[in-house]
Write a protein of this length. Structure first.
Lengths: 184, 93
């Protein structure tokens, strides 16, 4: 979300006018970020792949309605992803959620070094804690740590001020700390 | 006042806990990359219009079959009628 170069602007303009090749470039620039966000929100590869595809299909369908002045393109994609993930959670409320361990490691346990198993368990514990949080707090954490975005950039995506993100982040940390304290 | 490890003794314990948690989060939450096959397949699905071949039924053949059936049927009825009439007139005679 840094200052877009003129070339990026041209590509975006072309994509808005329905140029599929230009959209393809935007897709390549953003697919990994969107996938990563959805993966952390859903916790499994197959749903992450399915929802990522739906994000870009929706973006392609509605790109002519996208206004450059409103939010950066990647922020627009994150908003689509956020809405789709929210719908996915709503639809799957009754179905048992499959957590991050669903991401099957094909190597046998004997081949995995102990420190790797420990790290995996730590990630699983942390992700369980993160998934207990309300959806906006999960979003803040993922965007901050996985996508390495600043509070200002997160604010642009979530439609909130930098200050609001800062306080939301602080409350999120407090919630997580409480979770670990209770666990320990 | 500082300890040997550089941490202030009078630091807020909550602040230290937050720092530890932030470090933990930073170390554990890393970007996840989808497979390149998936990226390429999705790109193809998005940007390449699927080739759909629509096969229209060949009406000409069906029209020919129906019309020839109609003609043959009419001829058959005509000849059967003629034979019937011939046999009935012979019987009267």
């Amino acid at each position: 979300m840094e200052n877009r170069s003129e070339q990026d602007e041209t590509i975006l303009d072309q994509a808005i006018q329905g140029d599929e090749a230009a959209f393809s470039i935007l897709y390549k620039d953003n697919v990994k970020k969107i996938y990563s966000y959805i993966y952390y929100r859903t916790g499994n590869v197959s749903d992450a792949e399915d929802l990522t595809a739906r994000v870009f299909q929706r973006a392609l369908k509605h790109i002519t309605r996208y206004k450059k002045t409103s939010v950066p393109f990647s922020a627009w994609l994150y908003r689509i992803a956020h809405n789709l993930v929210a719908n996915w959670h709503r639809d799957n409320q009754r179905r048992k959620e499959v957590p991050i361990e669903d991401h099957v490691d094909l190597r046998s346990k004997q081949d995995i070094p102990d420190h790797e198993i420990e790290k995996k368990q730590e990630v699983e514990g942390l992700m369980r804690a993160v998934r207990q949080l309300p959806s906006d707090r999960q979003m803040v954490l993922i965007l901050k740590y996985v996508e390495d975005l600043s509070n200002k950039e997160i604010g642009e995506i979530m439609g909130k001020s930098e200050g609001a993100i800062k306080s939301l982040y602080h409350r999120t940390l407090m919630d997580l700390r409480d979770y670990f304290e209770v666990k320990e | 006042m500082k300890r040997k490890d550089g941490m202030k003794i009078d630091s807020d314990p909550d602040e230290i806990l937050d720092k530890n948690l932030e470090e933990k989060l930073e170390g554990l939450l890393n970007p996840v990359t989808p497979s390149s096959t998936y990226i390429d397949e999705l790109q193809n699905r998005l940007t390449k219009t699927p080739e759909v071949v629509v096969e229209y039924p060949n009406y000409l053949i069906s029209i020919l079959v129906l019309s020839s059936g109609f003609v043959l049927g009419t001829l058959l009825l005509f000849f059967l009628g003629k034979i019937f009439r011939m046999t009935s007139s012979k019987a009267k005679a």
